[in-house]
Design a protein around this ligand. Sequence first.
Ligand SMILES: Cc1ncc(COP(=O)(O)O)c(C=O)c1O
Length: 414
Amino acid sequence: MPELLATQDPEVAAAIANDVRRQTDEINLIASENYASAAVLEATGSVLTNKYAEGYPGRRYYAGCENADIVETLAIDRVKELFDVEAANVQPHSGSQANMAAYFATLTTGDRILGMQLDQGGHLTHGSPVNFSGKLYNFASYGVLHEEETIDHDAVLATAREFKPALIVTGATAYPRTIDFARFREIADEVDALLMVDMAHIAGLIAGGAHPSPAPYADIITSTTHKTLRGPRGAMILSRRSLARKINSAVFPNMQGGPMVHAIAAKAVAFGEAATPEFRSYAAAVVANAQALAAALSKGGLRIVSGGTDTHMMLVDVSTRNITGQEAEDALRAAGIIANKNAIPFDPLPPRVTSGVRLGTPALTSRGMDAGDMNAVAGFILEAMDAAGNDGGAASIRRRVLDFASKFPVPGIS
Ligand SMILES: Cc1ncc(COP(=O)(O)O)c(C=O)c1O
């Protein structure tokens, strides 16, 4: 329990303490979550939260920004080197805002964008009608092949030729396979479109050399910093030098006010961590663990969408177990395993129910689990799904999950 908060505000302190326990006791398979290091947490919780620093290093609208300049310059320099890009903006507060700024920087509202279909892996900001993207821009979408369940590049090209987008977006929220950035570049060139890569999910794999980099191919790259990259909650935009000015003004003053200097400091720390040999090993282990988990679940009778994974995540078709995605999520939750239901390609069930769950290994790998441990995790998952709706069965699994999880310390939690 945070000591000062416990006295001053026991309700908030109790919620934080309860989440420390929850994060320690449960098996976290949410593909977009991770455990930030103690150093990242310390920077996030620092007094830099007090500072207003509208503008950019050396060009601020407030006095007293010398330390804000230091941390933002460190973050920019480190991330440019990490991803081998010419320019970086580290101010976006979230992945959605990074995408908004990227569109504002390169397009006029009403322009055409080609993005990945939401129910086949794309993100809300890639054209959902309930999101600003689908409201302000004119989207067409591409998806995956029926049989292989991998991106249908021929359809991307055909749609691009017909639709003539100004921008093509690739990158996904729920797609387990390597994205062929070179192929997307070819398609973008053929129709004279810009190419944007939203690498939010796979940024850590790219930094650690476990997924090919979009840097040689993309005009603009957006990313969150809190998923596989294991930094603080936040985002960034990377680009060629020629787009930097437009991107900077699209973020501030166009879309945001003061940057979150504490978060930028924590991003700098995370970029430093991601450049280490230990992080390279981590990124490789995340993928090895995902492949081991997918193999063990498949052996246990579950269907893995596209037959496996090249990344940190897999989509599991739970209909072979005669349950829905929602029932699987609930059954796992009751057993102390946290995951989210997710539509699978061509899902016959509605989004609130679904036929699948999305599982990811970034968080478990940060706790030091290896491919051997994934057999135990797969065992718990299969047992929990069989125990769906049986409270007694779930409680017994939960006790064993707790015992298993307690062997793996959570980074950032002493
Ligand atoms: C591919 C992709 N882009 C953007 C985002 C948005 O990030 P945020 O939740 O920080 O707005 C996400 C989040 O899940 C994502 O998966």
